[in-house]
Design a protein around this ligand. Structure first.
Ligand SMILES: CC(C)(COP(=O)(O)OP(=O)(O)OC[C@H]1O[C@@H](n2cnc3c(N)ncnc32)[C@H](O)[C@@H]1OP(=O)(O)O)[C@@H](O)C(=O)NCCC(=O)NCCS
Length: 148
């Protein structure tokens, strides 16, 4: 199997998560604090990477340029989407997009977010996947798994 599989980088993301902008998410300008948004994106990417790589030890390796093109105010709702654009040997590369549901405006896109799957010693481990799963088939099982 090839170790580097580029997927269609122009495919739209699926907006899967919505957040409500609360007072604690604001900056001194009264708009959405960039740090809060980056935390949400990193968490969203981590969950996506874990599901795709079948590895709960997936860590952030690289995030490309981030250009905040619009914002949100208290009470707005935003939605985030992630999509895999490349499967490497031990890594997955994703694209992220965030938009404001209330204004309809895009807040940002991030072209490259790279996560690496690690083994129990913290070393990169080959994942063996080359395509996106839309199911829960890759997720690691536990003994108390009820099989949802
Ligand atoms: C993740 C980590 C173990 C990788 O170690 P490493 O020595 O760079 O490992 P490798 O050189 O084997 O690279 C692993 C993968 O990352 C990719 N990678 C490494 N540097 C990269 C970069 N700058 N940009 C994009 N991808 C990169 C490699 O291409 C490789 O992918 P592939 O196997 O799919 O081809 C190590 O960098 C680390 O522990 N970083 C801290 C991670 C972390 O804690 N993140 C949370 C935020 S603090």
């Amino acid at each position: 199997m090839t170790n580097q599989v580029e997927l269609d980088t122009n495919s739209d993301v699926t907006f899967s998560t919505r957040r409500w902008v609360r007072p604690e998410d604001l900056n001194a300008n009264g708009t959405l604090f960039g740090g809060s948004l980056l935390r949400w994106i990193d968490e969203e990417s981590a969950i996506y990477a874990m599901i795709q790589l079948g590895n709960s030890r997936a860590v952030t390796k690289f995030i490309s340029e981030i250009n905040f093109v619009s914002s949100a105010i208290q009470g707005d709702m935003i939605e985030m989407g992630i999509r895999a654009t490349k499967f490497g040997r031990t890594s997955i590369t994703m694209r992220a997009e965030v938009r404001n549901i209330i204004t309809g405006q895009r807040i940002l896109t991030i072209d490259k977010i790279v996560f690496v799957g690690l083994d129990e010693h913290g070393k990169p481990v080959e994942h063996g996947y080359d395509s996106i799963t839309y199911d829960r088939d890759r997720f690691p099982k536990r003994d108390d798994d009820l099989g949802f």
